[in-house]
Design a protein around this ligand. Structure first.
Ligand SMILES: CC(C)(COP(=O)(O)OP(=O)(O)OC[C@H]1O[C@@H](n2cnc3c(N)ncnc32)[C@H](O)[C@@H]1OP(=O)(O)O)[C@@H](O)C(=O)NCCC(=O)NCCS
Length: 158
């Protein structure tokens, strides 16, 4: 497996990958990925297995608080799950964030996404205390706007 920054020629394959992520991930537009490849490639790594895209992460350093890197989408192709793809992709983002002097990565997941919760915990993320518990996961109500409750996870960087 090779980890490479998102580049324009990979966008159609990344869209095809993200289309497999329902209900937790939805593909964004070509234009969105063009922006990510052009402006944020160093925190948008893609995992290649031969010529196939096995996974991708879209993450961005905050302009409002440059100590933060927000991980927007994490997706591994169903044929490549539980083989360390996300681990390698998040490690690439983490290493980039550390090299910039950032202090944390953070992300959110839907309260019922148990595979994601298990992954974040295995990768060392901590569930940020919210205002209620759902099956042992702390959830922040309205985190992404009215009715958009999310479990928030963060990884503190050295
Ligand atoms: C969640 C997801 C990204 C995990 O990707 P992955 O490439 O399979 O994860 P990895 O193989 O890198 O696993 C990383 C760690 O998480 C653990 N893990 C991954 N999936 C798991 C699962 N379903 N159950 C329990 N643990 C799991 C692994 O065991 C591993 O732990 P280890 O390092 O101690 O061995 C993948 O299931 C996926 O793409 N799901 C659909 C999209 C989605 O929900 N994305 C997240 C949106 S918030």
């Amino acid at each position: 497996m090779k980890i490479t920054p998102l580049r324009q020629e990979l966008i159609p394959q990344v869209i095809a990958l993200m289309e497999l992520g329902e209900p937790y991930i939805r593909a964004r537009t070509y234009s969105d990925y063009w922006g990510y490849a052009t402006l944020f490639a160093s925190t948008c790594p893609v995992a290649l297995a031969g010529d196939d895209v096995a996974g991708a992460v879209m993450a961005f350093r905050s302009q409002e608080d440059p100590r933060d890197v927000y991980v927007q989408d994490v997706m591994t192709h169903p044929d490549h799950r539980q083989q360390g793809v996300s681990k390698a992709l998040i490690a690439a983002v983490r290493d980039q964030a550390i090299s910039w002097g950032c202090s944390r990565l953070y992300l959110t997941s839907e309260p019922d996404n148990t595979a994601a919760q298990a992954t974040w915990q295995a990768l060392g993320f901590v569930n940020v205390p919210g205002d209620r518990d759902v099956d042992g996961v702390s959830v922040t109500s309205d985190f992404k706007g009215p009715g958009k409750d999310r479990a928030v996870y963060q990884l503190d960087l050295p």
